[in-house]
Design a binder for this molecule. Structure first.
Ligand code: ADP
Ligand code: MG
Length: 981
């Protein structure tokens, strides 16, 4: 074996999966945020502590652990190297020595090898696998070393290396070495001998490292273009590089073959968020079908290794596991690198990565399974015990075959070389342009894909946009056919947006011609960022990687007035901002561009939704006045119906993915009509939390009445409405206490019964209704340890709704705890916004009618009372009259009795009618639509509208009848009074 192993640490044992963990330095953002490092490594073991509970430490033992977090410096060509002799730092060369060298060793020995990088987005997977600048990762170094050794080999051996590079995005395979885009991607097929393979994938023969370098560059370019024009985030895709290495020993007539799979997996964080709690549309799990399935396969294999009986290993469930079947099944030496962030805010993700990696440790392959792929024809023929004549024949045949292979190989190599030369010329041309013209360079969310695409701004003026008629064609969400124009006059460049096109320069939207300076940041459309590079004379030595995606979006957020300080000043003991606040800040900046993209898709797909990023509980506190956990949410408003929804971050992430899928189909010219049930832009109406008020209960502890008129504040701390509420101590039978009942010391109440009434009178100036008058509200509150919140009746279409609800509470024997509650806590009164869907609107209209009816009944009761009082008065008069005129009074008395009786009769009829109406209403209220059956649903809707109609008619007729009856009675009465002598 000719490899030059520098260390005996490489591949310690043949027969198990090796797991390595690597922790990276803080990112700029983590540094700015004052993050703490939660990872520590000690002689082989890796520990992580919970930032919320620092004594809570978990320790893992992996085969290898790399501390790349600290103790390094940059050498003159930018390579990170260990600083000083007592630094524990592991750089790219240490990682290569242990892992890359092992891969090379396997290749030379004719074993297959697989290297997987796992971890959340930004944890350093690509850094380890591919690398950045001078810090080259495992893949390029493996390739380079491979060719270096090949060059020094004897002449009686032939070496064949082919290279392929593909991406799996949403279960579609994209060839990164082929410019022709196949709709739907390449197919994965199965072959008896080969197993699964990608049909039509370009396998490029290579005979030098320079060639591979170029191929990887080209692959990255295609990946970047696809990612922007398809609006597909690279963190969701898996990249697989496969190197097939064949050694042909011409004399021995022996072939050794090895397949090396190098896999940069999709960001692992999606696994959790794709579970998006409670979202109606959970198909988003497909986001990571390949990653989830990989996890399932690993679990099954670990179970097998632990002696559990496993019937089925789900290789066939996803594209990635199909392609890796033989590798995972044991026909390969497999190494996994778990990349982790050191920062406290990534604690959950990091822990989950370490747990995932731990599962790999359990997989142990039986060494006999890893087969050496050596094929010798002689050995084969001997074993078949052929005659010498036959053998000679076979040998000659074989020689011919080898010659053919060689010729074919040479031919293929030549073709690949020609293509390579063309590309080389293109790259030289690009270099020349960079020295002559100003240009734009792309800034991608994935640093690996940043700086890959360049657009030159030549002298004069040039248009940019989606259409290929422009001098610069830029594809991307929200970029229009003709989007903006650049002018370059003597190296001075300016940009002018076309009518209403979105152009942002250094965080500020522009509408008119704007001059550009070297290193200005430009966003075109919803989220396509570029860095402007001026003429070479303007170049400085500044590190351009500073202007990354984070930079651009932090700048944008700052220009829009969003900052950590805005999130509240809650600082923990060491003076650093609360990690949860920082996490929200990061979420906000991360989601900002995604929300802009979702809005753009909504617009283009004519979905009429407007999405806004908000921070939940920005200014809210709990019942003791402590800040509530903040969280990023997305407020969704329908432009036409004004319906509002609130989506959690997880739900938004899930929906965004489904939106992208739909949008991609739209771009492909497919029919994107989708029924409501599957529409990521649709949801049934929901109740919205608008705001809350704190009513401090202290005065109750002194038996003092509380009359509050206070603001209901929304989660930003802004006034949403004013609430009038009284809390009144009272006796057990409801007699309200006065000033004389006040006590001096709350302890006097200990062990005694306490009664109080909560009286919610009215809300004033409800913004929710000011915006849209069709809406309604409801008030909810929860007292002490009662298991449920209590709600007032819903009130619709009234900006200043009267509630007039009184509820009496009793504490039978006041405990210390209860008295403390009264003294230290507030009653939190929540304002809930109601909104109608179409059927709901009908019901709510009927509800309105019912309420009106109640009011009218109340009025009638008043009339009744008044009449009764009048009756008493009349009776008195009657008595007096009786003395004077016996005969006449007798008549009157009869008449009055009949009048009362008639009234009672009318009321009775009305109550009966109302009872029926109430029954109908309850029936309607509980009449639920059938689940997912369209036919039944139609029937349901028909029946419901019938019921609604009946209900309405019954209601109308009852009111009408009552009105007529009363009118008649009143009329009769008036007549009789008029006739009175
Ligand atoms: P991933 O591929 O997991 O999304 P990357 O490999 O692109 O993450 O890393 C994210 C950022 O962190 C990059 O800017 C990269 O340069 C930096 N980084 C990652 N690992 C290291 C490391 N070991 N040393 C220095 N920088 C690193
Ligand atoms: Mg990456």
């Amino acid at each position: 074996y000719p490899g030059k192993s520098k260390s005996n640490k490489s591949m310690p044992s043949l027969d198990s999966v090796k797991v390595a963990v690597r922790v990276r330095p803080f990112s700029q953002r983590e540094k700015d945020a004052g993050s703490r490092c939660v990872i520590s490594m000690n002689s082989g073991s890796t520990s992580i502590y919970d930032p919320k509970n620092p004594s809570h430490v978990k320790t893992f033992t992996f085969d290898l652990a790399y501390w790349s977090h600290s103790g390094f410096e940059k050498d003159k060509d930018g390579t990170l190297v260990s600083a000083g002799s007592n630094s524990r730092y592991s750089g790219q060369s240490e990682v290569f020595r242990d892992l890359g060298q092992g891969v090379l060793d396997s290749a030379w020995q004719g074993y297959n090898a697989t290297l997987l990088a796992y971890g959340q987005t930004g944890s350093g997977k690509s850094y380890s696998m591919i690398g950045y600048g001078a810090n080259r990762g495992i893949i390029p170094v493996v390739c380079e070393e491979l060719f270096e050794v090949i060059q020094n080999q004897e002449k009686n051996k032939q070496h064949q290396v082919t290279f392929s590079m593909l991406e799996i995005y949403n279960e579609q395979v994209i060839d990164l070495l082929s410019k022709a885009k196949k709709p739907g991607g390449l197919k994965v097929r199965e072959d008896q001998q080969q197993g699964f393979y990608v049909d039509g994938l370009k396998l490029v023969p290579c005979d030098s490292y320079a060639q591979i370098e170029r191929l990887m560059e080209q692959g990255t370019k295609i990946r970047t273009t696809a990612s922007t024009s398809m609006n597909a985030t690279s963190s969701r895709s898996h990249m697989v590089i496969t190197i097939q290495f064949k050694q042909i020993f011409l004399e021995e007539d022996l072939t050794k073959q090895s397949i090396i799979n190098l896999v940069d997996l999709a960001g692992s964080e999606r696994q959790k968020s794709s579970g998006s709690e409670g979202d109606r549309l959970r198909e988003g799990t497909r986001v990571n079908l390949s990653l989830t399935t990989l996890g399932n396969v690993i679990s099954a294999l670990a179970d097998v290794a632990m002696g559990k009986k496993v019937i089925h290993i789900p290789y066939r469930d996803s594209v990635l596991t199909k392609l890796l079947q033989s590798a995972l099944g044991g026909n390969s030496r497999t190494i996994m690198i778990a990349a982790v962030s050191p920062a406290d805010i990534c604690y959950e993700e990091t822990l989950s990565t370490l747990r995932y990696a731990e599962r790999y440790l359990h997989i142990v392959f039986m060494s006999c399974k890893i087969c050496n792929n050596c094929i010798s024809l002689c050995m084969l023929s001997l074993s078949l015990s052929l005659l010498p004549e036959e053998l000679r024949c076979l040998l000659a045949e074989n020689e011919l075959r080898i010659q053919t292979i060689q010729v074919t190989w040479e031919y293929q190599l030549e073709e690949a070389r020609k293509e390579w030369e063309q590309q080389y010329a293109a790259i030289t041309q690009e270099r020349r342009m960079m020295a002559t013209f100003p240009y734009l360079v792309n800034i991608n969310e994935d640093p690996q894909l940043s700086g890959v695409l360049k657009y030159f701004i030549q002298d004069g003026s040039c248009d940019v946009g989606q259409s290929s008629s422009n001098a610069i064609t830029l594809r991307g969400l929200g970029i229009l056919d003709k989007h903006a124009a650049f002018t370059n006059i003597g190296g001075k460049v300016a940009i002018t947006p076309w009518d209403k096109c979105k152009v942002i320069v250094n965080g500020v939207p522009i509408a008119v011609k704007t001059k550009l300076q070297h290193l200005d940041r430009i966003i075109l459309g919803s989220n396509n960022a570029y860095l402007f590079i001026g003429l070479p004379a303007e170049h400085t030595n500044e590190d351009l990687t500073r202007y990354d995606y984070d930079f651009v979006h932090s700048e944008l957020a700052a220009a829009e007035g969003f900052s950590v300080d805005k999130l509240g000043t809650a600082k923990s003991k060491d003076g650093k901002p609360d990690p949860s606040v920082l996490a929200v800040f990061h979420d906000y900046i991360k989601l900002m561009p995604l929300v802009a993209e979702a809005n753009q898709m909504s617009e283009e797909l004519k979905k009429d939704l407007r999405l806004e990023l908000k921070v939940k509980n920005l200014a809210s506190s709990d019942s003791r006045g402590y800040d509530l956990q903040k969280e990023v949410i997305v407020k969704v408003t329908h432009n036409v119906t004004n319906q509002v929804w609130v989506w959690s971050k997880a739900k938004f992430t899930n929906r965004k993915f489904l939106m992208e899928e739909l949008y991609q189909r739209f771009l492909d010219g497919e029919d994107v009509h989708i029924d409501q049930d599957n529409d990521p832009f649709w949801d049934p109406v929901e109740v919205i939390h608008l705001g809350s008020a704190h009513i401090w209960l202290q005065s109750l502890a002194y038996c003092m009445k509380l009359e509050e008129q206070t603001d209901l504040l929304n989660s930003d701390g802004k006034e949403e409405a004013i609430i009038l509420i009284n809390i009144v101590p009272c006796s057990s039978n409801g007699r309200t206490f006065g000033e004389e009942d006040m006590i001096i010391d709350p302890l006097e109440l200990l062990g005694k019964r306490i009664d109080f009434q909560i009286h919610i009178l009215q809300c004033l100036g409800v913004k929710w209704l000011k915006e849209v008058s069709e809406r309604g509200i409801q008030i909810g509150y929860r007292v002490y340890d009662l298991p449920r919140s209590l709600y007032t009746k819903p009130v619709w279409k009234n900006m200043n709704p009267k509630m007039e609800e009184t509820v009496q509470f009793s504490a039978l024997s006041a405990s210390h705890e209860f008295l403390t509650y009264l003294q230290k806590n507030a009653l939190i009164v929540d304002l809930w916004g109601l909104q109608g869907s179409d059927t709901d609107n009908q019901i709510s209209e009927l509800y309105q009618k019912l309420l009106k009816l109640e009011e009218e009944t109340e009025l009638l009761r008043d009339i009744n009372r008044a009449l009764r009082e009048e009756n008493v008065l009349l009776k008195d008069t009657l008595k007096k009259c009786e003395i004077r005129n016996h005969e006449k009074t007798g008549q009157m008395c009869n008449y009055r009795t009949s009048c009362d009786a008639e009234f009672a009769k009318a009321l009775k009829a009305f109550y009966q009618n109302m009872n029926m109406v109430r029954g109908q209403f309850l029936k309607l209220k509980h009449y639920r639509p059938p689940e997912d059956n369209l036919k039944l649903l139609r029937l349901y809707t028909e029946r419901q509208s019938h019921m609604l109609k009946d209900f309405g008619e019954q209601l109308d007729s009852s009111i009408c009848k009552l009105k007529n009856d009363v009118a008649l009675i009143v009329k009769k009465k008036r007549e009789s009074l008029a006739n009175k002598p």
